[in-house]
Design a protein around this ligand. Structure first.
Ligand code: HAM
Length: 430
């Protein structure tokens, strides 16, 4: 017996039965993004490794442990480039913005991306996969706090239009290159005497990426985090003013928010506003985002402020299911053509009818092969089609089709079927 294969661990097939959820989220999110003036961008799944390494930052979990990187085939000089399968969407969008000179356009330039696959060699568990898909928005070229509020307001509107309840945004400001270095020194002073008692990862974070100390999930380190100095108390005046304005504008957008003084993010490029939406019930992050005013420069572009978010589609769908929200049903077939016997003439007539109806934009199905009448009628039922269209010798001779309404509450006479002229059938079904 040949070996049977399964999808890789942490990778999932999205089967047709799941599509209504995906379509619901994708359509709702795209509609709202467009309403707010965002335009769709698609960037390649593969980029030079440096694009992610330099932006996400050394010392982050993504760069240290999770990237799917490999050496490309040698070019004509025998040189092999290191490539990486996109772990997140922002770096590629900013790379494209610079590459296409979009800083010369009227600013800000506002993008969204939809269901883009992202790859992280994470430990697979509920809501955490090695391939996941994001809906994201990025706005480049504007530092005004109105756009921070717009970004958060947009996402809140998406969740509301999906019908999700108990969704809360947690916001924080993590300062900028003026005030954050001083805060990090204060944070390190606080942690230094506690370090012996910290988890192994925190001992490394202390030297490599101290802000991430606040993101440790180990139980032993939680009391230390709770008592740590909060960055909000050390923001410089411009950062403080910016954050105050973001909160004021959020009120105008009608977004209820919670201040989260310990919220830091898993990527290094953030400055000032950071935010995460979670479901109040299971506390899982539906999305993450924030401002990244220094990112374009890291990728060789002119100084360009930016802000954005990425929302995990799988996580949103899990939450929809948890809250019992049904997506709109997929349209089923209008007609299902049934052959009353399987002579070559009837088979031809069935196929011709199916083709005519499909060309007339009527969703039509049929059964294949030589199934019995009873088996075909079972298929009609399973398909959910509105009408069974019966074709036999009598129908052929009289140029009619027997139409049986499949609605469950139909009268008995209608269940037996009515004969409709072949030439009038399309009008009848429409
Ligand atoms: P992130 O927080 O790393 O941010 O990911 C964004 C969202 O993607 C998460 O909140 C979660 O919903 C989903 N996600 C992340 N990893 C996984 C996983 N392993 N399995 C399932 N879902 C996952 C970013 O990626 C930033 N690029 C967001 C951003 C855009 N910031 C500014 N602009």
């Amino acid at each position: 017996m040949p070996e049977q294969y399964r999808a890789l661990q942490g990778f999932k097939d999205i089967l047709p039965d799941e599509r209504p959820y995906w379509r619901f989220v994708e359509n709702t999110a795209a509609e709202v993004a467009q309403l707010y003036g965002y335009r769709r961008i698609e960037t390649p799944l593969l980029e030079e490794t440096a694009v992610f390494r330099r932006t996400s930052g050394e010392g982050t979990d993504i760069v240290e442990k999770e990237m799917y990187s490999f050496e490309d085939r040698p070019d004509k000089d025998g040189h092999r480039q290191s490539l990486t399968m996109r772990p997140e969407g922002t770096a590629g969008v900013v790379r494209a913005y610079i590459e296409h000179g979009m800083f010369k356009l009227p600013q800000p330039v506002k993008f969204y991306y939809m269901s883009e696959p992202m790859f992280r060699h994470d430990k697979p568990q509920a809501g955490r996969y090695r391939e996941h898909h994001q809906f994201g928005c990025e706005a480049l070229g504007e530092s005004d706090p109105t756009i921070d509020a717009e970004m958060i307001g947009l996402l809140y509107q998406v969740y509301r239009q999906l019908g999700l309840k108990h969704i809360r945004v947690h916001i924080n400001s993590i300062g900028d290159r003026n005030c954050r270095p001083q805060y990090l020194e204060i944070l390190k002073d606080y942690y230094r005497p506690l370090l012996n008692d910290c988890c192994q990862d925190c001992k490394i974070r202390f030297y490599k990426n101290p802000l991430r100390l606040l993101d440790c999930k180990e139980p032993q380190d939680q009391p230390k985090i709770a008592r740590a100095p909060k960055i909000a108390d050390y923001l410089c005046e411009p950062c403080n003013k910016h954050f105050t304005a973001v909160k004021r504008y959020l009120d105008l957008y009608g977004v209820p928010y919670a201040l989260a003084p310990l919220l830091v993010r898993g990527l290094d490029y953030y400055t000032r506003t950071v935010f995460e939406f979670t479901s109040e019930i299971d506390k899982v992050a539906l999305n993450g985002g924030g401002r990244y005013d220094g990112l374009a420069e890291i990728l060789g572009g002119p100084p360009t402020p930016g802000i954005g978010f990425g929302a995990g589609i799988e996580r949103i769908i899990l939450e929809l299911k948890r809250q019992g929200i049904q997506p709109p049903a997929e349209p089923h077939s209008r007609a299902f053509v049934v052959a009353l016997n399987k002579t070559p003439e009837i088979k031809n007539a069935v196929l011709q009818l199916v083709a005519d109806l499909r060309h007339a934009d009527i969703k039509t199905d049929m059964s294949y092969g030589d199934r019995s009448f009873k088996a075909q009628m079972k298929q009609v039922q399973a398909s959910g089609a509105d009408y069974a269209l019966l074709l036999g010798e009598d129908e052929l001779a009289n140029d009619v089709v027997t139409v049986k309404n499949q609605h469950p509450e139909i009268s008995e006479s209608e269940q037996r079927g009515v004969q409709v002229k072949r030439s009038e059938l399309i009008a009848y079904l429409k």
